[in-house]
Write a protein that binds this ligand. Sequence first.
Ligand code: HEM
Length: 220
Amino acid sequence: MEKDKKDVVKDSTFTLETLAIDLYDLWLAGQETTSTTLTWACACLLNHPEVVAELRSELVGITGGTRGLSLTDKPNTPYLNATVNEIQRIASILNTNLFRELEEDTVIDGQPVSAGAVVTTQMSLLHTNEAVFKNHTVFDPSRFMENNNLEKTLIPFGIGKRACLGESLARAELYLITGNLVLDYNFEPVGTKPEIKTLSPFGLMKRPPNYNIRFVPVNN
Ligand code: HEM
């Protein structure tokens, strides 16, 4: 804004109000998505103590149990990377991607579609495609270790020019929060364990089940 004034930029639309709206947009797009994915993460890990054990062994091996996990550890934590992928596959928090309006007539999978039509990708179906993700209802991080190409078929942030603006921030958050929680805490259910469902029939967002969890500090 100050630079615009100094450079006498005419008709600038950059004002304190538009800045506040942009920040609100980022907060809205980033908060609910990341916290919903993390709620799915804890639900998956509560149901799979064997995954928590394998993760902790990897992470203690890397950190020596004397420091927190940092982003620079990422190339050395293949199992955690695979686990975050599998969490995002199971979570698949946007049942459908954002909608697009076609600018011109086209053909999608052999089907002619006219300009003006509104189209979207049903991401939850892509992430539960049995031909790609065998036993898709099972939370199994090792599927991403066994097949390096599988990651390319996982698109929780969309793809292309209008893919999620916050993807790298969200990936960093999911990595650091999941990894450091596993490093420092045991996960215990309070009451019934949440049920993991890979499909949700209604709504734009796939909500995690309601549940309570207790984080018990571990002594590495
Ligand atoms: C796990 C967390 C997140 C998921 C799964 C997610 C997913 C998505 C998806 C699927 C889209 C639509 C992409 C498309 O239209 O093809 C999107 C758009 C967007 N996301 Fe995220 N997102 C996450 C976190 C964040 C964060 C942390 C921020 C910002 C701080 C953010 C900001 C945005 C913005 C601004 C757009 C609109 C981009 C555009 O239309 O050009 N998201 N996100």
